[in-house]
Design a protein around this ligand. Structure first.
Ligand SMILES: Nc1nc2c(ncn2[C@@H]2O[C@H](COP(=O)(O)OP(=O)(O)OP(=O)(O)O)[C@@H](O)[C@H]2O)c(=O)[nH]1
Ligand SMILES: [Mg+2]
Length: 316
């Protein structure tokens, strides 16, 4: 078994297998995995400023089969072509097989990411739809990926609450819709769903369909009066390549504006608080928040250790 420091050295060069091994220790919940995680984070924090990355995290969400994976794939290739020194990680959160009987997961292999592109890394995670798609594993995986790549795409199936979770985790979230499909817009109108930062109407293979879809979405958003400033709407087709250049331009611009990024530290502590709540409920959360006052200044790893110690000694 290679040592953590060796794995990390290879991971810095974005070698896929060592990266996947390190990611596993971020996704697992064992004591051994936690130790590896702490070592990795400490080693990353010690890197020179020039070597430290803080990726822009883009959430791509939307109904099953809307074309999210196909889009991400096409966008990645264009972005990489455009920017020589760019590296991208894609984290696809797949609905758990319990819900779909595995069929959704099977369908998802339709889109294949190029494995021979050294600057592109792909990871698929099982998700729990009951928890809104994004799991603690997703959060943990982004902790590593954002420190190693320039750009991280997180693909989730947008059903109900999951949009909100992805918006918390990502710096910028785009909702992918099928043409003329108003269901998710209805959710936004009804206030069930938070407003995404932008909309993508995909599968706009024909011009008439694109125009119709655009008008429908625009008028729905107007009625909903969800924003004083209406979010951008992109009309895309993976088939014809329509709108992809605009979307690439948009993403590059976001990447340039570093102030779009959320504070990593804040996000980490939020991720920890979410985890404490799912593990130990409201009582545990209260207990943690009370103790956290004295833990001010402590980073994620130290706080996680504190939480585990509290759970062990007083059951939380
Ligand atoms: N006609 C057309 N088909 C598309 C387009 N984009 C994607 N598709 C097709 O739509 C199907 C679903 O695409 P995916 O990219 O797997 O969709 P997804 O949203 O990732 O699906 P899930 O991950 O299962 O939720 C595939 O058969 C694609 O080939 C498009 O622009 N036009
Ligand atoms: Mg997909």
């Amino acid at each position: 078994v290679p040592k953590t420091s060796e794995l990390l050295k290879d991971a810095f060069q974005l070698k896929k297998y060592p990266l996947a091994q390190l990611l596993s220790s971020f996704e697992q919940d064992s004591a051994a995995a936690r130790t590896t995680r702490s070592e990795v984070i400490a080693a990353l924090d010690e890197q020179s400023a020039a070597r430290q990355k803080d990726a822009l995290m883009i959430g791509i969400t939307g109904s099953p089969g809307a074309g999210k994976s196909t889009l991400i794939n096409a966008l990645c290739l264009r972005l990489l072509e455009r920017q020589e020194d760019l590296s991208i990680a894609v984290l696809a959160v797949d609905p758990s097989s319990a819900v779909s009987g595995g069929s959704l997961l099977g369908d998802r292999t339709r889109t294949t990411f190029p494995t021979d592109e050294p600057r592109l890394f792909f990871r698929s995670q099982a998700s729990n739809l009951e928890l809104g798609g994004i799991s603690h594993q997703t959060f943990q995986a982004t902790r590593l990926l954002r420190r190693l790549f320039d750009l991280v795409f997180i693909e989730t199936v947008g059903i109900g609450q999951s949009e909100m979770e992805i918006q918390r985790l990502a710096d910028h979230t785009l909702l992918v819709l099928q043409p003329l499909a108003g269901d998710q817009v209805q959710f936004i109108k009804a206030g069930i769903m938070e407003q995404p930062d932008g909309f993508i109407v995909n599968k706009c293979d024909a011009e008439a369909l694109a125009n119709q879809s655009y008008e429908l979405l625009r008028s729905s958003l107007k009625v909903a009066r969800i924003a004083t400033q209406s979010p951008p709407i992109f009309l895309t087709s993976a088939e014809s390549g329509r709108g992809l250049a605009e979307l690439v331009e948009h993403l590059s611009e976001l990447q340039r504006l570093a102030n779009n990024r959320s504070e990593r530290e804040q996000q980490e502590l939020q991720g920890l608080a979410n985890w404490v709540k799912t593990q130990w409920g409201l009582r545990g959360q209260t207990r943690y928040l009370t103790a956290a006052v004295t833990a001010e200044g402590l980073a994620y790893e130290a706080r996680e250790a504190m939480v585990l110690a509290m759970a062990e000694t007083d059951g939380m």
